[in-house]
Design a protein around this ligand. Structure first.
Ligand code: MN
Length: 284
């Protein structure tokens, strides 16, 4: 198992100063991996990032959420085209930084929809993702589809829906990305969902986030049930810690995730605390 941390725990942008701070602090807090935010792949210095990762002995993954203008689950061909381009840039980013997983809300927009998903939109999303998966496979990269709660997507809200969607995409390197924050809202059972994804051979990536997106163990997530299931199935992939506070702000990211409250001030203390929480429960 590899334990990761989301870059937005540390910084809201990816300037050289920000990249140095995020990568060095991730290593200092005891993480194996940093999840890079591929929100603006066109301005991302991959060469510097790869160098800093090597210096600190850290691995990386990358994630993003699409927007209304880049929504590949839309019926608007312009949005689908813009989303396809954005995803291919994000794929290049993770490849050039040396990562092997592109994950997050890469199947549609991260936003509250005012209507259910449509069949034509789903077909658009499947088509773009199948092509992206084939391109990713050339560089040994997998895709993780992070289903979200109903307020943040209308495409996939549960593990079961995600597995069905993945079956339709029908590519060996497309996996389910489970996030406890979203699962806590939508699933019947945290351990049941883990087992379902595992039995389908599609448990590909994990986000651990508390019910209020603050420190692990201080909210209402049933950690014994969820983490116990990861141990039971022998999960050996990435587990990334996510926590967001209004202390660290990226204008669109923070707004998309509705980060209005200040849940912590000291991100190093926060990250170290989460690392200890994970180590105590997963033995890693
Ligand atoms: Mn997440």
């Amino acid at each position: 198992m590899k334990i990761g941390i989301h870059s937005m725990v540390w910084v809201g942008d990816w300037s050289e100063t920000a990249a140095r701070e995020a990568i060095s602090k991730s290593a200092e807090a005891g993480y194996d991996l940093i999840e890079l935010s591929a929100i603006a792949p066109e301005t991302f210095d991959t060469q510097l990032t790869a160098k800093l990762l090597e210096e600190h002995g850290l691995e990386c993954s990358a994630s993003l959420g699409l927007s209304a203008a880049t929504d590949i689950s839309s019926e608007d061909p312009d949005a689908v085209k813009a989303g396809r381009e954005r995803l291919h840039l994000a794929l290049n980013l993770v490849r050039d930084c040396g990562g092997t997983m592109l994950c997050g809300v890469i199947y549609g927009a991260l936003m509250k929809y005012g209507h259910p998903r449509t069949e034509r939109g789903m077909e658009n999303s499947r088509t773009v993702l199948a092509e992206l998966a084939d391109k990713a496979a050339e560089s040994g990269i997998s895709l993780g589809l992070e289903f979200c709660n109903r307020y943040e997507t209308n495409v996939i809200n549960t593990t079961a829906e995600t597995l069905a969607f993945i079956e339709e995409i029908n590519r060996p390197n497309v996996f389910a990305h489970l996030d406890t924050y979203h699962m806590n809202i939508e699933e019947n059972s945290m351990s049941g969902a883990v087992k379902q994804a595992y039995e389908a051979g599609k448990l590909g990536y994990i986000h651990v986030g508390e019910s209020h997106r603050g420190q692990l163990g201080t909210g209402t997530i049933n950690w014994d049930d969820f983490l116990g299931a990861l141990i039971d199935v022998g999960y050996d992939g990435v587990v990334t810690f996510e926590s967001f506070s209004s202390k660290v702000v990226h204008s669109t990211f923070s707004n998309d995730l509705a980060i209005w409250r200040n849940l912590w001030d000291d991100n190093l203390e926060m990250a170290k605390g989460a690392r200890q929480f994970i180590r105590e429960r997963l033995g890693h």
